[in-house]
Design a protein around this ligand. Sequence first.
Ligand SMILES: [Cu+2]
Length: 344
Amino acid sequence: MSNKLIIPCLIVALVFGACTNNSDSSQNSSKQSAADMVAEGKPEVAEITAAPKVPAPIGNRPPKKLIVNLETTEIEAVIADSLKYTFWTFNNTVPGSFIRVREGDEVELHLKNAANSVMPHDIDLHAVNGPGGGAAATFTAPGKESVFTFKAINPGLYVYHCAAAPVPMHIANGMYGLILVEPAGGLKKVDREYYIMQGEFYTKTKSAGLLEFNNDKGNAENPDYVLFNGKKGSLLGANTLEAKVGETIRLFIGNGGPNLTSSFHVIGEIFDNVYVEGGTTVNHNVQTTVIPAGGSAIVEFKVNVPGEYVLVDHSIFRAFNKGAIGKIKVTGDANPKLYKQGGF
Ligand SMILES: [Cu+2]
């Protein structure tokens, strides 16, 4: 946990018995206090995590009341190589924390804006039926907190984002994430789940080694970077995703935009199932799925052959020249009946 988070987390912990920050220790305390709260018939604090991690599946439980805590922050962090960017975030990560609830759950969402923020922020969750998706109730000045409650009645995978003016700038600076509303009974069990969000960045130099938002490039829809999870190489090298031969992988993919539509593809794999646009329709045997700005998809595929599988936006200049590339490393026994070098 970063030092700047400790004090806000202490405050949240005092009020709600937990901090929904991304460190393991805070998650453990969150679970403990959640159990206490259920015993008392009070709302549970939702488990939320940073990409590429995903909270535990909902499973087969009835609807309940949940508290979700998000904090908007404005931070400098590495965007590519030795360059930093002034990101605006939910919970200090791009994308923001993954929120996982069940159809019929009632969610009390607490949006805190860090005291050292310069801008007011809010949240529009596409999973919400109500004005602004919550934005109308959560316009929050620095150092303040807003609360609103919604019932998640439509299952699916939804984008959330900041919708404070100027909206394009807030989204372009990284203020987006995903909320999954699982259907009654939960999603089918798989071996691995990962959280990936694409977004593009339009930059100019603010000071040596530090970039900031460039409105002219945003208007021209001409980004310098098209990235998975807010950082060049976020899914490469030591951050490569992992799986074993025979496992089924589920990717929760979102596109924060703010402008571009993603042509999401995994080189060397075919999607067995695609929850089209993150909704209820499931398509099969898909090579590349379209993910609109402000939209999502759930893709599932079984990996049968060991090796490296490359995730790309198949608008391919973005992958090889602007950063929209990641990898899954699959380990296990060779499967020459399905794939081998050489002839019969
Ligand atoms: Cu904002």
